[in-house]
Write a new protein. Structure first.
Length: 233
């Protein structure tokens, strides 16, 4: 349904690819879909295609382009999971946020300069979605799984737009005390909403593969769709 297009960096001295899915009717809003550590793989592309079917212009930027462009890894293959985990310490997250800002800028330009842009991310992308809420001019933000967000709470004062987080309570990457710190730290932030998913592990809303838990994934995605429908109108 979509295709890869070039997006200029904010500095304008380089470019990276983003998978872009375009709806049949002219879109009035866009969604930036942030990859997991597995690259812009089939699951992420399907999420873009689904947003396009819902009427949004959807971008999934290849954020690992500086270290491993166009990787497509599978979380269900142990060797590929190990490979993906190896990219985390090599990835410059501050630089990644600037690339996301460039993708937001490109999406707005494609909309004609007037449309709103939402941001949604998964795993590492969920952390980057929260960072985007703190550091970019997007209009609404959703993060799945809450990895490392407790370490970003000092930035939450910069959040000025609606932000939602989906938190599986049995996430083996996010221990219970870390989840509690997140809840406590964000409790008084009127812009942030958290949803807990009891007994579920990391990746429960993956588009495909063994991690997906169908009922919970549908619930979280429905909440996300309603959230964007409200805040990107």
């Amino acid at each position: 349904m979509g295709e890869f297009v070039a997006v200029k960096t904010l500095e304008g001295d380089a470019q990276f690819d983003a998978y872009v899915a375009v709806p049949e009717e002219k879109a009035s809003a866009a969604i930036i879909v942030i990859q997991e550590i597995f690259g812009v793989n089939e699951g992420i592309r399907r999420k873009c295609d689904n947003w396009a079917k819902a009427g949004y212009l959807a971008y999934a930027p290849d954020l690992f382009w500086r270290i491993a462009p166009h990787i497509e890894l599978d979380a269900d293959v142990p060797e590929q999971m190990e490979q993906a985990l190896g990219y985390i310490p090599r990835f410059n997250q501050d630089q990644g946020i600037r690339d996301l800002e460039a993708a937001i800028k490109a999406a707005r330009a494609a909309l004609g300069g007037t449309g709103k842009v939402g941001v949604v991310g998964y795993c590492l992308g969920g952390r980057l979605a929260f960072m985007s809420a703190c550091r970019t001019d997007g209009d609404a933000f959703v993060g799945y799984y809450g990895v490392g967000i407790d370490g970003l709470l000092g930035e939450q004062h910069a959040i000025g737009k609606p932000t939602m987080l989906h938190i599986p309570t049995a996430d083996h990457f996010v221990p219970a005390e870390t989840q509690q710190a997140m809840h406590d730290g964000l409790a008084d932030n009127r812009h942030v909403t958290l949803h807990d998913y009891e007994g579920l592990d990391h990746g429960f809303a993956a588009e495909m593969g063994n991690r997906r838990v169908e009922d919970a994934a549908q619930l979280a995605d429905r909440r996300t769709a309603d959230f964007f429908a409200e805040h990107l109108a």
